[in-house]
Design a protein. Sequence first.
Length: 250
Amino acid sequence: MPASIIYLLLLVGLSLSVPDEKAFLLAASRPTENTMLSDSASSNQPISQNSSSETAVAPQKPGSNATPEAPEGFTIMKLKKKESLARFCGQDSVCQALFMKVNRYDRRHIPAGKTVLFPVDIEKASAYVPIPQVLDDSRGEREIRVYLDQQYFGAYEDGKLLFWGPVSSGKKSRPTWPGKFFVNYKQRYKRSIKYHNAPMPYSINYSGGYFIHEQSLPGYPASHGCIRLLMTDAKKLFNWVTIGDPVTVQ
């Protein structure tokens, strides 16, 4: 065989044995998104713009094995059977509130086997928020904005976030429709006409038979179309909002 051909074969063999550096770098890299502004919702003052930015954690539907990213101040943990807030937060009410808030669970719906975010640094975890801090398209002095994809709501004053919390919107068969609405009326003690006289405390009506009110939060969209809140958030929002205030569901 001619020496020139042997030389060419050797070159080809060497090139094939070299790792693809570009592919390795792409596989090893893990880009992060910083599209959402972080804040602290512990006071009644508009949230500071100096907080660190984080990306929202997607809600997990039943059967989902998705692993959330851990924002600053949190760690990822997998819940075991018979877990409760008291077991891993003790008597720390702030820890318990943060856990329910970021994971979108109430006390009765903490599921075994799910991967969740657990607050390990209360100060940093308290500064986390997964929704915009400032609205470029604010609709008024006060506005309730519901983020269906992220399953959170925000209460805004003059376009600045005042407080936020988790929601459970309509399930796929009975969705919560997006749109621009207004608060029609409020009713402190209300029961469902359609669904077995179910309690709907701190109800805020914004469109026909659709309300924002307290009810169970299982960590994913599960309602018949209404927007469910934790009791503390429902009471706070009920007392803050006024008739005629805009409600944006998006």
